[in-house]
Design a protein around this ligand. Structure first.
Ligand SMILES: [Zn+2]
Length: 67
């Protein structure tokens, strides 16, 4: 079950929502559709930043400061 955290852009309410398909997300407080997805709280354990590869000084993960 995909659970996402959202923050309302209107009233600032933070809430979690189960999302199925292309369901439209509305604020749990003011029902605004101006919501921002924060992050998934499901299945993210052990993954800090999947888009990051390599260290700050190279992009190939092969320099001496890469792990
Ligand atoms: Zn709201």
């Amino acid at each position: 079950m995909p659970i996402f955290e959202y923050k309302c852009g209107e009233c600032g309410q933070e809430f979690e929502k189960l999302v199925f398909g292309n369901q439209e997300i509305t604020c749990s407080k003011c029902e605004s559709k101006n919501t921002n997805k924060k992050m998934s709280v499901f299945g993210m354990s052990g993954v800090e930043n999947p888009t990051s590869s390599g260290c700050s000084s190279c992009s190939s993960s092969t320099c001496s400061s890469c792990k």
